[in-house]
Design a protein around this ligand. Structure first.
Ligand SMILES: C[S@@+](CC[C@H](N)C(=O)[O-])C[C@H]1O[C@@H](n2cnc3c(N)ncnc32)[C@H](O)[C@@H]1O
Length: 274
């Protein structure tokens, strides 16, 4: 089926199976949770606005989930082609249902490593929204693989769950939850839902830039949910209210400082190095 997969070791394959099982279960409620979460919606709009600034004809989405962005982009740009991949077959099934009838988009089950050699240099946009790269065990190898998939003038818009989330550390310390406060930096952060653990990898900005630097030029970076609430604290603040807007604007201001990367998420735009 593919050459990249042959390089994938047994522990990695076992890990991907665990990730797939986790998201297969999550698929039943994922989209409904998203539709009820104004914070995730606000952040996604920003991811899309940034992505749309870059020209592309052929795009790859890593971790397409139930196809929310695949369907959005494919409808918005009928002349452009889109491929979504996702490790969870249940998510891919939902994505396929959502894009049925759109001729310019396909969704496929697997990881980046299951793309065939024919995909090399095929994409001029690769994007990843909301966390699929936090479940790639080897970031340096992933960066190398992405370099082989992107064409020479291509752009990548990649988002990551952060290693250092200052508000969360302070919040948990104040509530005397020491372990939780330092879970991410101590590599024990357990995934997207606290009640359903999934081991995953939170990288610092330095680690991400080190892994991508050999192949890519950093064009832009942006931090999210620094003082604006993280998606799992949506009950505390209304995103449309005055406070919500104010916190979003404060994040915009912090993004101009060295503390830009102390929020829940970060976004990086990379272009291929000449
Ligand atoms: C938090 S969901 C986000 C889904 C979608 N990007 C969105 O924004 O709605 C993460 C998705 O990435 C997929 N995923 C996680 N790790 C992956 C990996 N290593 N390769 C491919 N897909 C992965 C999961 O199955 C899940 O559907």
């Amino acid at each position: 089926v593919n050459d990249h997969a042959a390089a994938s070791t047994r522990p990695e394959r076992d890990y991907y199976r665990r990730v797939a099982d986790y998201y297969d279960e999550e698929a039943a409620v994922f989209e409904q949770h998203y539709r009820n979460n104004a914070i995730l919606q606000r952040i996604r709009i920003d991811f899309r606005d940034i992505t749309e600034r870059y020209p592309f004809d052929s795009a790859l989405e890593i971790g397409c989930g139930p196809g929310i962005d695949l369907a959005y982009w494919a409808e918005r740009f009928p002349q452009r082609t889109f491929l979504g991949i996702d490790v969870s077959p249940a998510m891919v099934q939902q994505a396929r249902a959502k894009i049925a009838g759109l001729a310019n988009v396909t969704a496929s089950s697997g990881t980046l490593w299951s793309l065939s050699e024919q995909s090399s240099g095929r994409f001029d946009l690769i994007y990843c929204y909301f966390g699929a790269l936090n479940t790639e065990p080897d970031l340096a190898a992933t960066a190398r693989l992405l370099a082989s998939l992107l064409n020479a003038n291509g752009t990548m818009v990649l988002t990551f769950v952060n290693r250092w989330y200052l508000f969360d550390i302070i919040w948990n310390l104040l509530r005397l939850r020491w372990r939780r406060a330092f879970a991410r930096p101590l590599d024990t952060w357990r995934g997207y839902a606290p009640d359903r653990p999934l081991p995953s990898f939170c990288h610092s900005a330095r680690e991400i830039q080190k892994a991508f630097h050999p192949y890519f030029e950093l064009k832009k970076r942006k931090g999210y949910s620094i003082v604006f609430p993280a998606w799992y604290r949506q009950k505390f603040v209304s995103t449309d209210g005055r406070l919500g807007r104010c916190l979003w604007n404060i994040d915009g201001w912090i993004n101009r400082t060295p503390f830009w990367n102390l929020g829940e998420y970060s976004l990086y735009v990379f272009s291929a190095k000449e």
